[in-house]
Design a binder for this molecule. Structure first.
Ligand SMILES: Cc1cc2nc3c(=O)[nH]c(=O)nc-3n(C[C@H](O)[C@H](O)[C@H](O)COP(=O)(O)OP(=O)(O)OC[C@H]3O[C@@H](n4cnc5c(N)ncnc54)[C@H](O)[C@@H]3O)c2cc1C
Length: 385
């Protein structure tokens, strides 16, 4: 067993940490207030090679391993969850689908601009009537004169309406099979006729990330925009979500670490009854518990990524990591506010934003309840769904 990061992994982590501390964290509160997606930061991350970390080298990326990618998302999450999820969805989920299942043409067309930070992309699975029960999706695509014609809608799609959105991978029903085997994924370019992007959601957190409902009305895209094999779309999406869960776990670890850093600073500085509050056991032990929970979540996250890198099964481990880390992030953010007292309840300190940003980590890319189902099934149980 080896707990040491490689020199390359440390190098990437340090690069992202420095950039995140100097260039991402300072404006995070203001961007959150104005719901502003920082495209300039995405571009700079592209120039630094960060957006290309998981993208194959032949398509402009670094082709790095899953542990390195987890480190990147952790460091971004420590500074700004909205930036972290934006990059995670574009370079991880959406580009990951293209890298894994795309044709040579699709890979050549879509991956280099994402690696360069010049394009964002979305992953469209959730619908107004189906989230956890993804197999119940109803968006339909039929072939007509060499094109797919798509009708339906999607909800909560991250990165779908930015000025640099290139495409959304859309899961559609393409077969007679009403179940999982009737689903395929299609790459829908942002300018496809019949594709429209709804108003942005007003969200509790992740406020400077881009999330929209999408509608497809006779939306036409060329037949060769099918991604991978027809009828395998749901399996593709579920596999991508295993990777996404490692990313959300890493984001959770980073967010929680940011809360702990801020809380330790505050506890050493703030005095009550004549001494720093960190010298009271109630506060010191709270901080110790926060650290222990974060370390456990971090190890689970790195291990899930490490299993992926070794080509071993990691579905259950990714679910365990995401469950533990996201619930830790919510707990740690709540306790961080407690440590900050009344000031923690204001936007003067970053912990209030972290508290709002943390909640969705227990919802997106598999709710805590669904992750418990995945884990229970691995124990040989058949909980009622
Ligand atoms: C900010 C944000 C960004 C998102 N980005 C994307 C994106 O880019 N792409 C995308 O496709 N989706 C995205 N989502 C959607 C997200 O993945 C879904 O919200 C999530 O999967 C849950 O689906 P739902 O909202 O339909 O809830 P539901 O599935 O309706 O669940 C409601 C509640 O019931 C529980 N529940 C459901 N079924 C069971 C069961 N069998 N047993 C026990 N409990 C159950 C759930 O755990 C939850 O607590 C995003 C969501 C948000 C909020």
């Amino acid at each position: 067993m080896e707990f040491e990061l490689t020199p390359e992994q440390q190098q990437v982590r340090d690069l992202v940490r420095e950039f995140a501390t100097q260039e991402i964290a300072p404006g995070a509160g203001e961007r959150d207030e104005h719901e502003e997606l920082p495209l300039d930061i995405v571009k700079k991350l592209g120039e630094l090679g960060i957006c290309g970390v998981p993208i194959p080298e032949e398509h402009g990326g670094l082709g790095a391993d899953a542990v390195t990618w987890a480190l990147v998302i952790e460091e971004l999450g420590r500074a700004d969850a909205s930036v972290a999820v934006t990059v995670s969805v574009a370079s991880g989920l959406a580009a990951g689908m293209i890298a894994r299942y795309g044709s040579t043409e699709q890979r050549q067309r879509w991956l280099p601009p994402i690696a360069a930070g010049e394009m964002l992309a979305g992953f469209g699975l959730t619908e107004p009537g189906s989230g956890s029960d993804a197999a119940a999706l109803r968006t339909k695509a039929r072939l007509d004169a060499g094109s797919w014609v798509i009708d339906g809608s999607k909800s909560f799609i991250t990165n779908s309406g930015t000025p640099i959105t290139g495409f959304v991978v859309v899961a559609c029903r393409t077969g007679d099979d009403a179940g999982a085997n009737g689903v395929s994924t299609i790459v829908v370019p942002a300018d496809a006729p019949g594709f429209s992007v709804g108003a942005p959601y007003r969200k509790l957190g992740w406020r400077s990330s881009d999330t929209h409902e999408l509608s497809f009305e006779g939306c036409r895209v060329p037949e060769d925009h099918l991604l991978g094999e027809r009828g395998r779309g749901l399996a593709q999406c579920l596999a991508a979500l295993d990777d996404g869960r490692i990313s959300i776990a890493a984001l959770s670890v980073g967010l929680a670490q940011g809360c702990l850093d801020a809380s330790v600073r505050y506890a050493k500085d703030r005095e009550a009854f004549g001494r720093p509050i960190g010298n009271y056991e109630a506060i010191a032990f709270k901080l110790a518990d926060m650290r222990a929970a974060i370390e456990a979540s971090r190890l689970l996250t790195y291990r899930a990524a490490w299993l992926k890198d070794r080509g071993q099964p990691y579905t259950t481990e990714a679910a365990i990591a995401k469950l533990r880390a996201s619930e830790t992030a919510v707990d740690v953010a709540r306790e961080a506010i407690q440590v900050h007292g009344g000031y923690g309840y204001t936007e003067e300190f970053p912990v209030a934003r972290a508290y709002r940003d943390a909640k969705v980590l227990e919802i997106g890319e598999g709710t805590s309840e669904i992750l418990r189902l995945v884990i229970a099934r691995d124990l040989g149980l058949q909980p009622q769904v």
